[in-house]
Design a protein around this ligand. Structure first.
Ligand SMILES: [Zn+2]
Ligand SMILES: [Zn+2]
Ligand SMILES: [Zn+2]
Length: 317
């Protein structure tokens, strides 16, 4: 097989960390990031694909094309090793107390420019650039290590009240976003997915609303401000993701912890009746795109387990 002729249209070198865009064109990840920053600097709110197809370019790029990267590593090993060495030497330093360029963050407070609120607390964003000096580097002008002084970071926020969404922020105004594996974001409204206990004491009842504040300093945990605890006051708790549910409406308009009753007999495997029509229960969560998990006060087979059912089989009690 002839070697793959795969050049990046931006740097005209062998593709490095190739990212394939929705139009099918592929560029180096680093080249697309630089393109994004250059276009934002030119005042463009949403840069367009560099291939000229006219599509808007998301500043959260698609993942690296792993198959293409593997093929390239076989056919262009030498060039890519050289490129990797170059890039490592130029790696941008950490900023803002350990954040790095392209990291997912969230506003840790309402942000103001000239006394006007521009970004609301909890808004997600991406760190675009380390600081003004590395920014010079992003525009294609070289810089020496001596120029790298700490300064404000530039963040592109997903939503803003005025301006383009790109703002210079300082330490304390942003925090790292939760890892995507958590399935929740800072600022998101949630409900307790189960009774939250401290020791034997019930602190937050299943279904109580709260807001996600930050990643906890405790491994794998999230800081949530619950608005109404058993004691009645607000309280911050370090919880795990499985103890939470999004507070949006569930299938059929039901809510977590809502009291319901079966409108018909609920059948299990083999058409056996598990729950009789009229039995009271509590909505727990979504089971799938079409089914809910509900625990009923009694099951005909005596099992304490919750059942999954279509939302049409229940109604508010
Ligand atoms: Zn390139
Ligand atoms: Zn394109
Ligand atoms: Zn930069």
């Amino acid at each position: 097989m002839a070697p793959v002729e795969a050049e990046c249209g931006l740097c005209t070198e062998t593709l490095w960390q190739p990212v394939t865009l929705p139009c099918g064109e592929t560029f180096c990840q680093q080249c697309l990031r630089q393109w994004t920053i250059t276009k934002l600097d030119e005042g463009m709110e949403r840069p367009r694909c560099p291939c000229g197809c006219g599509r808007k370019l998301d500043y959260r790029l698609p993942s690296v094309n792993l198959l293409l990267r593997t093929l390239m590593e076989h056919s262009h090993a030498e060039q890519l090793a050289e490129r990797e060495k170059e890039e490592r030497e130029q790696e941008e330093p950490e900023i803002l107390g350990g954040l790095s360029a392209w990291q997912e963050v969230a506003a840790s407070q309402d942000l103001f420019v000239n006394g006007r609120m521009v970004v609301a607390w909890g808004t997600s964003g991406v760190v675009l650039c380390n600081h003004e000096t590395t920014h010079v580097k992003c525009s294609g002008v070289g810089h020496g290590a001596a120029e790298l002084a700490p300064g404000p970071g530039k963040v592109k926020f997903d939503a803003c009240l005025s301006g383009s969404g790109t703002f210079n922020v300082s330490v304390g105004e942003i925090v790292p976003q939760l890892p995507s594996s958590f399935g929740f974001k800072i600022g998101q409204g949630v409900v307790a997915g189960l009774n939250l206990m401290i020791g034997d004491e019930l602190v937050v009842a299943f279904g109580s609303p709260g807001t996600i504040l930050a990643k906890s300093t405790l491994e794998g945990r999230i800081v949530v401000n619950f608005h109404c605890t058993v004691e009645g006051a607000e309280r911050k708790l370090d919880v795990q993701a499985f103890e939470l549910q999004p507070s949006h409406e569930l299938l059929g308009g039901f809510r977590a912890a809502q009291r319901v009753q079966a409108t018909q007999d609920i059948l299990g495997p083999g058409e056996v009746v598990l729950v009789q029509a009229g039995t009271l229960g509590t909505v727990h969560s979504e089971y799938s795109d079409t089914r809910l998990v509900v625990s009923f006060e009694s099951r005909l087979d005596g099992s304490p387990d919750a059942v999954n059912l279509c939302p049409q089989s229940i109604e508010p009690a």
